[in-house]
Structure formats: C-alpha cells, structure tokens
Design a protein. Structure first.
Length: 202
C-alpha cells in the first residue's frame, strides 16, 4: 500500500521571546492508504501543530510533508487551499459549525467552495451525508439547537462534503460525554472501513 501521508524529518518552531520554541522536533511519520491512526499526547505536545502541517494550514520550519500525492511545501497559498478543499476533511473539538446557517447548509458550504459537486446535487448529497452519520432529521435546524454529539456528527458530515480521501480530527471527542465520544469514534472507524485514511488526535 502507498503512503498517503509522508512526514520526513519535520521541525516546527515558533518564535519565543529572543529565541524559539521547538513544537515538533525531527518527526518522521508514514501513514498507509486507508489506515486509521490515533495520535496521543499530553496537552502542549504538538498534536494540533502536526495536524495543521498535515492540512497545509501551517508550514514546517524544515523537513517535508507529502499528503495525498502533493508536496505541500511546493504549493502556493491558493494552491494549498484548492488542494485542501478536495483532499482533506477537518473535524475540530468545538465543531465550528457556522451558527447562522442550517445544518444542511453547513454541509453544503465546502461543496460551494470546491465546486467539484455540481450545484444541483449539493443539497441531496448533504442530506445523504447527514443520514450517513445519523443526523438526517436535524438537517433544517440551526446548529445551536443540536446536542454536542449531534453537532459533531454534522461537522463530520461537513468534513465528508467533497469526498476527501483523508480525514483529520483534532480532539473530536474532547467536548463530548464518554458515551457520545465512543459513538463518534465508532463512526470514524466506520468511515475508515470505507477506505478513507483517518488521523485522530486525542
Ligand atoms: P497540543 O495540540 O498537543 O496541545 P500544540 O500543537 O497546540 O499542542 O502546541 C505545541 C506547543 O507549541 C505548545 O507549547 C504551544 O504553546 C506552542 N505553540 C502552539 N502554537 C503556537 C504559536 N502560534 N506560537 C507560539 N507557540 C505556539
Ligand atoms: Mg491541540
């Protein structure tokens, strides 16, 4: 199997006063196509920094990051945005659904940006994805009226909007009770069985 993610000798430092703070210190990591990886570490150990590098949201200080066939260091900001839109789905601890859009509109939004799904198919696809993750009946509500677990399911549907080969999740169960957290992790396992590559930070 090919490595869908290849992190080679990556260093990431942040400026700190007169010097610099080393958040990632010579990390190499290969993830196989279809693998479900959990990245575990205490607070401040660099997990979010790593996910931001994998998503092309941030760039390494040195080393290379290859994801889904692209050397992220060689892409411009607009190239990265386009690449991200079709290759990576992101899930966050606090869901980050847009509060003024309905749940189904939140799921349609990445489709409107990436423009790979024809406009006439976007609403049906969004509804189908919401059903896939178990919140099809919440489609026309505003996010704030859903429970935390339902909001995270909706956020996972949004991450699947453009059918990305890779899902990256940053503490997706950090804001959920333990039963709901288990259900959300089971959903990730289910999506992994589809052949998607998943990296979850916990
Ligand atoms: P985790 O997600 O594992 O809690 P982070 O990747 O968020 O850790 O942060 C790793 C370390 O880098 C922390 O010590 C944090 O304070 C530091 N850090 C993260 N982002 C920045 C930044 N933009 N500027 C300076 N330091 C940062
Ligand atoms: Mg973090």
């Amino acid at each position: 199997m090919g490595h869908v993610i290849q992190v080679s000798d990556v260093v990431k430092t942040y400026p700190l006063g007169a010097g610099e703070f080393v958040a990632i210190n010579h990390l190499s990591l290969d993830v196989d196509d279809g693998e479900f990886v959990a990245v575990v570490g205490r607070s401040g150990s660099g997990k979010t920094t790593l996910l931001n590098l994998l998503a092309g949201i941030d760039r390494p200080t040195s080393g290379t990051v290859r994801v889904a066939g692209a050397d992220l260091g060689s892409l411009s900001e607009s190239g990265l945005a386009a690449w991200r839109g079709s290759n990576v789905g992101l899930v966050f601890q606090f869901f980050q659904l847009l509060p003024t859009l309905t749940v189904v509109e939140n799921v349609m939004l990445p489709m409107d940006f990436a423009k790979t799904i024809p406009p006439g198919q976007r609403r049906d696809r969004a509804q189908h994805l919401l059903e896939r993750v178990g919140v099809g009946d919440q489609a026309d509500k505003l996010p704030a009226t859903l429970s935390g677990g339902q909001q995270q399911r909706a956020a996972i549907a949004r991450a699947l909007a453009n059918d990305p080969p890779i899902l990256l999740a940053d503490e997706p169960t950090g804001n959920l009770d333990s039963t709901t957290a288990e259900a959300v992790l089971a959903l990730f396992a289910d999506l992994s069985a589809d052949g998607r590559t998943i990296v979850v930070v916990t």
